[in-house]
Design a protein around this ligand. Structure first.
Ligand code: SME
Length: 160
């Protein structure tokens, strides 16, 4: 199936999930499972959320699909995860072995994308995806993952 059609279908399913999910947590679990199961190069999919009130701020592992990671708490000055949360920008790394910021989660990981989740204009967390394939995240993947992060951000806004 052409990647564009697959991505359009998944966007539609994420929209349906958001409408049906009784809580943000259920939506986040659904997004992780959907992306992990249907996007063949997405080998680890999970959310990190900023711990409320923590000073200095720290990202805490939330719902995920994939192998357990040693990085359950990540300060904002560490990792690709910290870079995305502190800058408020999507970070795509085509070859993690060449990025000094990278915190290894699995020896198999070759590339990674991290997209911030915004609530009322502020970073509340992020959607992190690792791939066993180099340069797995192109422009269409970036759009899809950003869409998923936006949907979760909107759901969080509604529940506040
Ligand atoms: N690689 C991330 C750490 C999280 S694991 O990928 C799940 C980083 O460099 O921040």
């Amino acid at each position: 199936m052409a990647i564009a059609i697959r991505i359009e279908e998944i966007r539609h399913e994420v929209t349906l999930l958001a409408e049906a999910a009784p809580t943000t947590n259920v939506l986040m679990q659904g997004v992780c499972k959907l992306l992990h199961d249907r996007m063949l190069k997405y080998n680890w999919v999970g959310f990190y959320m900023l711990e409320p009130g923590a000073r200095p701020p720290v990202l805490v592992l939330d719902t995920f699909v994939g192998a357990m990671t040693p990085h359950t708490r990540i300060p904002l000055n560490q990792g690709i995860c910290g870079a995305a949360a502190s800058s408020g920008k999507t970070v795509v790394v085509d070859d993690v072995s060449k990025d000094p910021r990278y915190l290894a989660c699995s020896l198999e990981t070759k590339s990674e994308i991290v997209v911030p989740v915004f609530v009322k204009g502020h970073v509340a967390g992020e959607l992190d995806i690792d791939s066993h394939f180099p340069a797995a995240f192109g422009a269409e993947d970036k759009e899809l993952v950003q869409f998923c992060a936006e949907v979760v951000g909107k759901k969080l806004e509604q529940s506040k």
